[in-house]
Write a protein that binds this ligand. Structure first.
Ligand code: T6T
Length: 328
């Protein structure tokens, strides 16, 4: 055997032994799917958190955004993600707490572990509730968020006046709980009256139209709670269009650029910022921990709020929670 042939043989064997090792090392990392509720700045900031964690752990992620809110749009995207056959974990915000149970159960049946972020399935109690298959639920305390909004509105209105809620859809865990918390909070003030709650189906134009109609129908309306990005957009911009800034107080849930501008313009009196970045980052970290055999992953994590008003909006410790999406 010539020296040259021997060398080639050795190099070939070394290469053969390295390739499978490298391939195995790669296969040891899970592949993540990210399926948000809809395209909006809240989920875009969550995606930044997902992507940062994915980079930190050296993982791969497949992200698919529904263009509009609801199970009929989210389910086919989910089915396509399951059909890929290469995802180990799915991080998702179910757009309906009942209707997304069966489609997400199919993901679990296909071997994909599910973590819900922002919204939950069933009653959100993944230990003792009707739905226990998700690994974890990471999100805000939305009942408390609604109460914060109600108390803030009561404070700015001196504890009396007619108030109205711009909401999204029945069956969405988050916005339903915000509405519920708001009703509870308002009931603490005997001279405040809730004169209605409209559902805009998470559509900004519908939110503007419904609010404009309510402003006309109730000329002495004193305050509005917009329960999420598009609801708050509708509430704030309808008040602005009617020239009622300062006369009708708006509480905006979700710290978009638009809500912050309306705060600066005196249309909005309080902006409640969630922590979508934390939700996204933690969800990936939990997936990675589960993959590595960690068995103490919390079934529920509450991520908290930053409550923004005109006095603290420029404080960097508060302003960091404004939803900043590069290029927007
Ligand atoms: O408020 C968030 C989210 O928490 C909710 O579940 C749906 O609406 C948003 O995405 C904002 O548009």
């Amino acid at each position: 055997m010539s020296k040259r042939f021997l060398l080639t043989l050795i190099l070939g064997l070394v290469a053969l032994s390295i390739v499978p090792f490298a391939a195995t090392a790669q296969m040891e990392k899970p592949k993540i799917g990210f399926l948000p509720g809809v395209v909006d700045p809240f989920y875009q900031v969550m995606e930044i958190g997902v992507n940062e964690a994915v980079a930190d752990f050296g993982l791969e992620v497949v992200t698919q955004y529904p263009q509009t809110w609801g199970p009929s749009v989210q389910t086919p995207i989910l089915e396509a993600m399951i059909a890929r056959g290469d995802l180990d974990y799915l991080i998702t915000a179910p757009t309906d707490k009942e209707q997304m149970i069966a489609p997400l159960q199919s993901a679990v049946d296909a071997g994909i572990k599910v973590i819900t972020v922002d919204t939950f399935l069933g009653d959100g109690d993944y230990v003792n509730g009707p739905v226990t298959f998700p690994l974890s639920y990471i999100g805000s305390d939305n009942v408390e968020g609604g109460r914060i909004a109600a108390r803030a509105l009561a404070e700015v209105l001196g504890g009396k006046g007619k108030v109205y809620v711009q909401n999204t859809n029945v069956g969405v865990s988050t916005t339903e709980q915000r509405g519920q918390g708001f009703i509870e909070g308002i009931s603490e003030f005997p001279e405040m009256e809730l004169v209605g709650m409209d559902y805009n189906l998470d559509d900004a134009n519908t939110a503007v139209e419904q609010t404009a109609a309510k402003l006309q129908a109730v000329p002495d309306l004193a305050g509005i709670f917009g329960v999420n990005v598009f609801s708050a957009y509708g509430a704030g911009n309808a008040v602005k269009a009617a020239g009622l800034e300062g006369k009708v107080q708006v509480i905006a849930f979700d710290a978009t650029k638009d809500a912050i501008q309306n705060l600066r313009d005196g249309v909005v009196s309080l902006v409640i910022a969630q922590k979508p970045h934390d939700m996204g980052y933690l969800a990936v970290a939990f997936a990675m921990a589960d993959w590595r055999g960690v068995t103490s992953i919390p079934k529920h994590v509450t991520t908290g709020y930053a409550v923004i008003d005109i006095n603290n909006v420029d404080d960097p410790e508060v302003a960091r929670f404004i939803y900043q999406v590069p290029g927007q």
